[in-house]
Design a protein around this ligand. Sequence first.
Ligand code: NAD
Length: 273
Amino acid sequence: MVSAARFTGRVALITGGGSGIGRAVAVRLAAEGARVAVADIRYDTARETAEILEEAGAKALPLAADVSDEEAVRRMVAATVREFGRLDVLHNNAAALGREVYGRDLDLTHMDVEVWDRTLAVSLRGAMLGCKYAVPAMRDGGAIVNTSSVSGLLGDTDHAAYGSAKAALTSLTRYVATMYGARGVRCNAVAPGLVLTDVARAVMTPERLAEKAAERVLPHAAEPADVAALVAFLASDEARCITGQTIVIDGGTTTHRPEHAIRQASTRLSFQK
Ligand SMILES: NC(=O)c1ccc[n+]([C@@H]2O[C@H](COP(=O)([O-])OP(=O)(O)OC[C@H]3O[C@@H](n4cnc5c(N)ncnc54)[C@H](O)[C@@H]3O)[C@@H](O)[C@H]2O)c1
């Protein structure tokens, strides 16, 4: 059962909160009592998320911020504290997933160095900057949750920049946890496999969805709300003894030997015959 009081009196700041997982986390934390600052490089989408929260009776603050920009991150944290008086939770969730960055993160031997730099600037430097300014603002301690990915745990034939940035987030998570644990600041990460956000649904072909299903142990793919439930748990006092961890949420995609996926795929093919 969800405790309605887990975030009463608390203030959360979510980056990349204008859509997908970030929006689901905003909705979840607000439903559990948090006042929520929703930051996104796209102010229109941050405002949309804030409106959803306010329509549900919560307090929300939409903010425009490019998390790769130090001054923008400093202002984002300052605006949150100015509006709500404190900061308890930071969710470093933004990533450059558009066609110009993630979409060009393909064969390493032909990769533009700008693709590499922008990927790391948003996912890794952005999270570092978030920690840099949020930790001093967490006067009563707090919780940071970074969004990593299973791409940071395993190799693949594309997205080396994205995977490397996400892998480095695991390390940043451990360092921040170690540096500020004594001040009551916890830092953890979530590492999702496929999450069926609106964007993911729009770009995944039926064939790709079937491939992803064959990789999993569980029949169902994660929805943004599933990741939000995990982020909320890690950000709450129920996780008060958990820090420095990267928790995988992937329906079992990374729990088994590759043979399992191959067998699953062939079983499905023989079903279809
Ligand atoms: N959807 C998945 O299958 C999946 C799987 C594993 C990990 N993730 C991770 O989850 C997080 C959220 O992704 P999502 O799937 O919800 O995608 P999404 O594209 O819906 O959300 C990403 C958000 O980040 C914002 N953003 C991009 N660059 C930014 C910047 N420089 N500063 C501030 N905001 C910026 C975008 O505008 C967008 O609102 C990302 O870190 C992504 O890597 C997603």
